[in-house]
Ligand binder design. Structure first.
Ligand code: NAD
Length: 480
C-alpha cells in the first residue's frame, strides 16, 4: 500500500484529523494506497510554514532560487522511470506516454522557470526632463496552486515552478484522484535542498483541502486548473477577498480540416489529438470539421487508424490507450455515448467498455469512439466530454466552419489544417480560442501565453505571463 503524507515545512506529516482517502489504480479498479483527507487545520499549518519561509526565500537572489529549481529538474530527470511508473499507475495512462510527455515536461517546467527568472527584467518609463518611472515586481507572498488529474505532475509543476521562481512560497494541492507524483516531488525537493516551508503539498478533496486553500486570508493568489464549474465556484469565493486568480478551465476544441491540407498528416495528428491520454487532455480536439470534398476519404483513413489503437494494460509498451481515470469518469463518458445516440449520431467506431484479460479485467477501459451525423449545436458537440469520444462533421464553406467551431461556450484551443497561408491566418484570427495550431497539434513553446477565452478561463500561464501573475507590480516615480 502506498501511504501518502502531506509535505509541510519540509517534512512528511500525517493529516491533523487522521483521516485518509483510498487511492485507486484505474487499470485494475483496486485500491492500492491511501492519501490524507486534509482539512482547514492542515492547510493552516502549511500556510503558516510558507509565511515563515517567505522573507528568506524572497530575499535570495533570483539566480540562487533558480539554481535550486534547476536542481529539482535534474532530479526529476534522474527519477524519470520511477515517476513515469507512478503516474501511470495513479492515472491509468500508458507508461510509455508518461515517459515521453508527462515527466519530461515536469522537468522542463522547473528548468524553464529556474533559468527564466534570471531574464525577468522590469520596465522603466522615462519622461523627458520630468521623471523616471521604474516598475518593481514584488512576489506576492503565499500563493495557492490547485491542479487536476489528467496531466498530474505536468500541470502541478507548471504552476509551482513560476510561483517559486518569482519568490513566492507555495501551498499546493494535486488532485485527490492522482496524488502520487506530487508526493514524490516532495521527496525530490527535500533532496534538492529546497528550504523548509517554501513548497508545501497538502493532499485531499476539493471541498476540503482545496476550499481551505482558496479561503485562507493569507493566500494571496490562486492558480487553478480544472473544470469550468469548479473555476466558477473558486472565483466566487476568492473574488470578494481580492485575490489574484488564474483559471485554466475546460474545452471543447475544434479541428478544422480544409480540402487542400496534407491529408496524411491531418489524419494521423487528428487521431492523436482525439485520443492521446484517452482523450483526457484539455487541448484534445473533440469536434472534427472536414471540408466536404475530402470528408469520405478523411473518414476512412481516420477510422483505419483508430482501429490500430491498442486498448489495454498501461504498463505494456504496446498499449496506446490506457484506462480512464476513474469509474465515475468512465460512467460520465459512457453517458455521453448514450446521449450522442439519442441525439441521432451514427456510431462509426468504439462505444463499448473494454475488459482486458488478466490483471486489468476490472479496469476502467473504453474503446476509442467516433460519431458522425450529429448537429453542430447538439449537446454532444457543445459539452466537454473529456474522454475518447469525437465527432466528424462535413462543412461546405469557411464561414460555416468558423460558425460551428466557435459555437460553444468554450474557447481553449483549435487546430486548422490547410496549405493556404492566407486562409490559415485569416481563420486563426477569427477563431475564439486562446491557442491555435496550424498544421500541427500540442507543439508547445513554454514562452508563449497559454490559456482560454470564454468559459475556458481567465488569465494566461506560460513565460512572462506566469511570472507577471505571481508578482505584484509597483511603480516608483522619481522626479528629475
Ligand atoms: P476539477 O475541477 O474537478 O478538479 C480540479 C482540482 O480542483 C482538483 O485538485 C480538485 O480537488 C480541486 N477542487 C475541486 N473543488 C474545489 C474547491 N471547491 N475549491 C478548491 N479546489 C477544488 O477538475 P478535474 O476533473 O480534476 O480535471 C478535469 C478538468 O480540468 C476538465 O474540465 C479539463 O478540461 C480541465 N483542464 C483544463 C486545463 C487547461 O489548461 N485549461 C488543463 C487540464 C485540465
Amino acid at each position: 500500500m502506498l501511504q501518502i503524507q502531506n509535505f509541510i515545512n519540509g517534512r512528511f506529516v500525517p493529516p491533523a484529523a487522521g483521516r485518509y482517502l483510498n487511492n485507486i489504480d484505474p487499470a485494475t479498479g483496486q485500491v492500492y494506497g491511501r492519501i490524507p483527507d486534509s482539512d482547514a487545520a492542515d492547510v493552516a499549518l502549511a500556510v503558516q510554514a510558507a509565511q515563515a519561509a517567505f522573507p528568506a526565500w524572497r530575499a535570495r537572489p533570483a539566480e540562487q532560487r533558480g539554481r535550486l529549481l534547476v536542481r529539482i529538474a535534474e532530479l526529476i530527470e534522474q527519477n524519470l522511470e520511477r515517476l513515469a511508473q507512478a503516474e501511470s499507475q495513479d492515472n491509468g495512462k500508458p507508461v510509455a506516454l508518461a515517459r515521453v510527455v508527462d515527466i519530461p515536461r515536469a522537468a522542463s517546467n522547473f528548468a524553464f522557470f529556474g533559468t527564466g527568472i534570471s531574464h525577468f527584467a522590469s520596465e522603466t518609463h522615462f519622461q523627458e526632463g520630468l521623471a523616471l518611472n521604474y516598475t518593481v515586481r514584488h512576489p506576492l507572498g503565499v500563493v495557492g496552486c490547485i491542479s487536476p488529474w489528467n496531466l498530474p505532475l505536468y500541470l502541478f509543476t507548471w504552476k509551482i515552478a513560476p510561483a517559486l521562481a518569482a519568490g513566492n512560497c507555495v501551498v499546493a494541492k494535486p488532485s485527490e484522484i492522482t496524488p502520487a507524483t506530487a508526493f514524490l516531488l516532495g521527496e525530490l525537493c527535500q533532496e534538492a535542498g529546497l528550504p523548509a516551508g517554501v513548497l508545501n503539498i497538502v493532499h485531499g478533496t476539493g471541498p476540503g483541502a482545496g476550499q481551505a486553500i482558496v479561503e485562507h486570508p493569507l493566500v494571496k493568489a490562486i492558480s487553478f486548473t480544472g473544470g469550468t464549474k469548479t473555476g466558477e465556484h473558486i472565483a466566487r469565493t476568492a473574488a470578494p477577498m481580492f485575490k489574484k486568480l488564474s483559471l485554466e478551465l475546460g474545452g471543447k476544441n475544434p479541428n478544422v480540416i480544409f480540402a487542400d491540407c496534407d491529408l496524411a498528416a491531418a489524419v494521423s495528428t487528428s487521431v492523436q489529438s482525439s485520443f492521446s491520454n484517452q482523450g483526457q487532455i484539455c487541448l484534445c480536439g473533440s469536434r472534427i470539421f472536414i471540408e466536404r470534398p475530402i470528408y469520405e476519404q478523411f473518414k476512412a483513413a481516420f477510422l483505419a487508424r483508430v482501429a490500430t489503437l491498442t486498448v489495454g494494460d498501461p504498463q505494456l509498451d504496446t498499449t496506446r490507450q490506457g484506462a480512464l481515470v476513474s469509474e465515475a469518469h468512465l460512467l460520465k463518458v459512457q453517458s455521453y455515448i448514450d446521449l450522442a445516440q439519442q441525439e441521432g449520431g451514427t456510431l462509426l467506431a468504439g462505444g463499448q467498455r473494454v475488459r482486458p484479460e488478466g490483471r486489468c479485467a476490472w479496469g476502467f477501459f473504453l474503446q476509442p469512439t467516433v460519431f458522425e451525423g450529429l448537429a453542430p449545436d447538439c449537446r454532444t458537440n457543445r459539452e466537454e466530454i473529456f474522454g475518447p469520444v469525437v465527432t466528424l462533421t462535413p462543412f461546405d464553406t469557411e464561414a460555416e466552419a468558423l460558425e460551428w467551431a466557435n459555437g460553444t461556450d468554450y474557447g481553449l484551443s483549435a487546430t486548422i489544417w490547410t496549405r493556404d497561408l492566407d486562409r490559415a491566418h485569416r481563420v486563426a484570427h477569427q477563431l475564439h480560442a486562446g491557442v491555435v495550431w496550424i498544421n500541427t497539434w500540442l507543439l508547445r513553446d513554454l514562452r508563449t501565453p497559454f490559456g482560454g477565452m470564454k468559459n475556458s478561463g481567465v488569465g494566461r500561464e506560460g513565460g512572462l505571463e506566469a511570472l507577471r501573475f505571481f508578482t505584484e507590480a509597483q511603480n516608483v516615480c522619481v522626479k528629475l
